[in-house]
Design a protein around this ligand. Structure first.
Ligand code: HEM
Length: 498
């Protein structure tokens, strides 16, 4: 009993001291008015942080905090200061600042570093620059035919692997199915066609074990394991990833040494060449680990939102099959599904399906946070500022106030004459804005369009009755990516007789 009293006494004193520090000593430095207390969510304070966060409704909380602290306020979370940018004029500054002023990679490294393998490369080597270099129009055309080829391989009516493995009619978990199908496509587009042909199942397995998506919110555990020098399951998976890529890396190295240019699209060759040049420029010795890192870090951002959007698009298709929206989708599919080989122009002409993609993203953007790290003091409006070293966030929410009937699926709102997303380009952001807008936007749209076109042509898709209520299971409080259902969404997929 005495021990308990002792413990409660010291705990209360620490909480009090902590409050005094935050309120009176830290206020000026970290940009908030000491009259008002910043929101403090500390693990030793609120041990059940997860459930507490899950109770937050982002848009309502923001409104409440803005009323209390004014625009652009600073929060203290997990021992770190986060300046939240809410004022439109400052959002423009946020989205267009240089990397030195507001850095996305530094923020990722400081906050999530340990959940990525080879996190030492995050700040040193720019994956975005690499992705820009490979996602040019030439490569995109090749990526379109690769994607078509994967779909043919998998769903060919005579000897498609999918039907061989599952029979002509099968019930699948839609989100898991899309996750795997998109890794298949990404493995040929971002790793190598040999790896796709021979080892795609292993790629899916290792990528799933590395699972950044799951670890992104628990970097503390990963950090602790690293701190104590403990090997994690992810360390073993990473070793396997490098081993899997090694023969292809060596093949590309030999080609470079012998001045042999690839005849065709050879993405691992591009990767090895890029890494070699970058390392030589810095006087460093080539390592295959960096090639493996680039291959992996190309797939990570290419995966999560793309498979989620593709799965929701299928659900909207099933839902609207017998109404005006479904008819408009069908018109576009019928027009193009006869083409044997789709081109960039064909895909660009799919304006209605593209509007459906934007609408799916809009409707499932609930709790996304865009994150940077301040490399210098930054002046904001209303004499506020961001001190060097603060994290800087801005929520990417559904911005429902901008839209007419925001809870209805209305692709037309993204088309002329409505174009509702143009009202405030810094709040309605399917693919981001400014310096860090999505480098994979064109690739993602082309991939989802092909998937949709081919799947709806080759398969009949029906929602199973046990998943009719899937909307009620969607977790709208995820920081990482679009909201996703927490339970499997069962779909019956049957072979169409063509
Ligand atoms: C439907 C699919 C996708 C959606 C909704 C999406 C959305 C976004 C958004 C909103 C941002 C801006 C984040 C911010 O400002 O903090 C972003 C950035 C980014 N996206 Fe995507 N994305 C998608 C697919 C892809 C794909 C396929 C790739 C890669 C091939 C990719 C690579 C990236 C990268 C590397 C960045 C950071 C860019 C930078 O730091 O300059 N994304 N994405």
């Amino acid at each position: 009993m005495t021990w308990w009293l002792f413990f409660i006494f010291f705990y209360s004193i620490s909480v009090l001291l902590f409050h005094i520090y935050i309120r009176y000593f830290s206020a000026q430095r970290h940009n908030f008015n000491s009259k008002y207390f910043p929101v403090i969510i500390e693990p030793w304070y609120f041990p059940f942080l997860g459930p507490i966060l899950s109770m937050l409704d982002m848009e309502t909380s923001l409104k409440r905090w803005c009323t209390k602290y004014g625009h652009n306020f600073t929060l203290f979370l997990f021992g770190k200061y986060y300046t939240v940018i809410t004022k439109s004029a400052d959002l423009k500054k946020y989205y267009h600042s240089t990397e030195e002023t507001l850095s996305m990679s530094r923020a990722a490294f400081l906050l999530l570093g340990s959940s990525y393998p080879e996190s030492q490369y995050i700040v040193e080597y720019d994956v975005v620059q690499y992705l820009h270099s490979i996602l040019n129009s030439n490569h995109l055309s090749k990526m379109i035919s690769n994607t078509e080829m994967v779909m043919r391989d998998y769903f060919n009516n005579k000897n498609g692997q999918f039907w061989n493995e599952n029979g002509d009619e099968v019930v699948i978990d839609l989100f898991d199915f899309m996750y795997r199908l998109i890794i298949r496509i990404n493995s040929i587009n971002f790793i190598s066609s040999n790896i796709y042909t021979n080892d795609v199942d292993e790629v899916i397995e290792i990528f799933t074990r590395l699972n950044v998506e799951k670890d992104i919110l628990s970097p503390i555990i990963e950090r602790m394991k690293k701190y104590f020098g403990l090997k994690t399951k992810k360390d073993f998976a990473w070793k396997q990833w490098i081993l899997l890529l090694m023969p292809e890396i060596q093949r590309a190295l030999q080609m470079i040494e012998n001045n042999i240019e690839p005849n065709d699209f050879d993405i691992i060759y591009e990767n090895v060449k890029y890494v070699k040049e970058q390392m030589e420029k810095r006087g460093e010795t080539f390592t295959p680990r960096l090639v493996a890192y680039f291959a992996y870090m190309s797939i990570v951002p290419a995966q999560l939102n793309t498979y989620t959007t593709a799965a929701y698009l299928i659900l909207e298709w099933i839902h609207h099959q017998h109404d005006e929206i479904g008819q408009q989708m069908k018109n576009e599919i019928d027009h193009l599904s006869q083409c044997d080989q789709l081109t960039i122009d064909d895909l660009n002409s799919m304006e209605y399906i593209q509007a459906c993609i934007y609408e799916v993203i809009r409707m499932h953007t609930d709790f996304l946070l865009s994150l940077r790290h301040a490399g210098e003091d930054i002046l904001l409006s209303q004499e506020k500022f961001i001190p060097t070293g603060n994290f800087v966030v801005t929520p990417i929410t559904g911005a429902q106030h901008l839209y007419t009937n925001p809870f209805d699926f209305q692709p037309e709102r993204h088309l002329k004459p409505r174009e509702e997303m143009k009202v405030d380009p810094y709040r309605a952001l399917p693919f981001g804005r400014g310096r860090h807008s999505c480098v994979g936007e064109r690739y993602a749209k082309m991939q989802i369009k092909i998937l949709f076109l081919r799947l709806t042509k080759l398969c009949k898709l029906e929602l199973m009755p046990q998943s009719n209520n899937y909307k009620t299971t969607i977790n709208r409080k995820q920081f990482d990516g679009l909201s996703r259902p927490t339970k499997p969404v069962w779909i019956k997929i049957s072979k169409r007789i063509l």
